[in-house]
Write a protein that binds this ligand. Sequence first.
Ligand code: AP5
Ligand code: ZN
Length: 213
Amino acid sequence: TCMNSVGPPGSGKGTQSPLIKDEYCLCHLATGDMLRAAVAAKTPLGIKAKEAMNKGELVSDDLVVGIIDEAMKKPSCQKGFILDGFPRTVVQAQKLDDMLAKQGAKVDKVLNFAIDDAILEERITGRWIHPSSGRSYHTKFAPPKTPGVDDVTGEPLIQRKDDTAAVLKSRLEAFHMQTEPVIDYYSKNGLVANLHAEKPPKEVTVEVQKALQ
Ligand code: AP5
Ligand code: ZN
């Protein structure tokens, strides 16, 4: 099984994808989370990715395709995966098709988190994340039980470096220019389920469940 979550920054990919992962026992592969971990650990990959990420630009296709190719081979991912934030260019989508074909698999569903740009600044600037798990919270829409602290581990929450109004503009530009064509790419195969991502989280979850039935 391979399901993709596609949508602009703040549309809810990282909020909904772990729920799908739990329900279907899939592996959750979020390229943004993996890249942030690499940046924090100052690995060669992280050093190469850092500048583009801080500017809100996409990291090169080769780097992210390499990460996904490696992650897909992990034993824990053999039942399938939910991809979050990948593919983000048509080249990445084509490479994903090739990688899956080698395993006799294919993309089963693409969840399109459709939402108006105007809603996203409030979501992005109010977000707090637990870096090691990727769990996200929001001061207004999804507050943690204790401010600044992860509900599960009790560890501190942080804000992402790219979660500013200014960098959001670049991220949105990258989404419209480079990632929207990915939705068209999958539409041709009838794989896309359009979600009303502006609704409250629980209502979006219901739409996701319907789309995957
Ligand atoms: P990435 O980490 O993927 O960031 P993104 O796509 O910008 O998406 P976000 O994580 O900001 O949003 P989300 O949809 O997950 O929202 P969330 O659920 O957290 O990528 C970061 C960077 O890495 C990129 O800019 C690029 O440089 C690089 N990169 C990553 N993948 C790449 C690739 N494939 N190719 C090249 N470069 C790549 O929700 C946001 C907030 O809203 C949270 O606070 C949440 O609590 C709240 N919220 C969620 N749902 C709702 C709701 N329904 N109602 C109200 N609030 C909600
Ligand atoms: Zn995310």
